[in-house]
Design a protein around this ligand. Structure first.
Ligand code: TPP
Ligand code: SF4
Ligand code: MG
Length: 281
């Protein structure tokens, strides 16, 4: 009997992944793999040429995504992916520029950049993975940590109220706004595809299990338990006013859906028109 050689199985997304960077750093049960694969399936289905897209992140577990995807990418300092991405978009207007980073990065230290990019309707796709804590640095609380939730820096429960991210984005001027959990991988992929095909500021919040920093301290359990929790609590309400998009860990629901999709001139359109007007005198 001859010895069987084991066939190497190729991952269907391997063209998009820098496998030489693996094993990845993510904990077992983390939702980041689903967030990343939803994005990669969107690129694959839209047949995007890897040369036409760049991914920018800040620091954090989520920020690793920029290093794992095989396209031009940049891992900026903490909180600064949006200003870097704006500079890149202005220099390379033909490229799709995606910011893929965490709640701490985009909404805490980078919060000011976020609201001003939305106000300008800057041509970016911002995907914010919200795991309700600073995962990489040991599970500290931040501006999306739910009221009363336990983290390493709120051991008696958080006594601050969190931001509602879709409401914040829409109020600041974002023209496409959606929220999904990683359990809604198909819907998430469809929203990412929509965002990739439009101009202006698109914002997608991705609620993702972090068993290490959030699930265990809050007695939700492991990654799968957090997914079950989302399944029980999520309600799809497309088109509602994002101010009503509740995200409650205390008796309420997690409202998900596509909330905003409006047409408005984007920053790059206005910039192009202004430059041609100046040239014409
Ligand atoms: C200027 C600066 N401040 C603080 C840090 C430490 N730091 C690294 S990642 C991080 C938070 C990451 O949280 P988040 O963006 O939510 O990403 P996650 O790890 O949860 O995916 C912090 C505070 C840093 N690298 N630089
Ligand atoms: S700390 Fe949380 S976000 Fe970071 S890899 Fe672990 S489970 Fe994922
Ligand atoms: Mg986080």
């Amino acid at each position: 009997m001859g010895t069987k050689t084991r066939e190497k199985i190729e991952h269907p997304l391997s063209k998009w992944i820098r496998e030489e960077r693996w094993p990845h750093i993510w904990c077992s049960g983390c939702g980041l793999g689903i967030a990343m694969s939803s994005f990669l399936y969107a690129l694959e289905e839209l047949k995007i040429d890897p040369k036409d897209i760049a991914i920018i992140s800040g620091i954090g577990c989520t920020g690793r995504i920029a290093g794992y995807i095989r396209v031009d990418s940049y891992h900026t300092t903490h909180g600064r992916p949006i200003p870097f991405a704006i500079g890149l978009k202005i220099a390379k207007p033909e490229m799709k520029i995606v910011v893929f980073s965490g709640d701490g990065d985009i909404i805490a230290i980078g919060g000011n950049h976020f609201i001003h990019a939305a106000r300008r309707n800057m041509d970016l796709i911002v995907i914010c993975v919200n795991n309700f804590n600073y995962g990489m640095t040991g599970g500290q609380f931040g501006p999306t940590t739910p009221y009363k939730a336990k983290t390493t820096t709120t051991p008696y429960g958080n006594f601050e109220f969190p931001f509602n991210l879709p409401y914040l984005a829409a109020s600041a001027g974002a023209t496409f706004v959606a929220r999904w959990t990683v359990l809604h991988a198909y819907n998430l992929r469809q929203s990412i595809k929509k965002a990739l095909q439009r101009d202006g500021f698109s914002f997608i919040e991705v609620i993702s299990p972090c068993p290490t920093g959030f699930g265990r301290p809050n007695k939700i359990g492991e990654g799968l338990d957090e997914m079950k929790y989302y399944k029980e609590k999520s309600v799809v309400k497309n088109g509602i006013d994002p101010k009503d998009a509740e995200l409650s860990f205390h008796g309420g629901n997690i409202i998900v859906g596509e909330f905003v999709e409006i047409e408005k001139p984007s920053y790059m359109q206005i910039l192009k028109e202004s430059i041609s007007q100046i040239k014409e005198g």
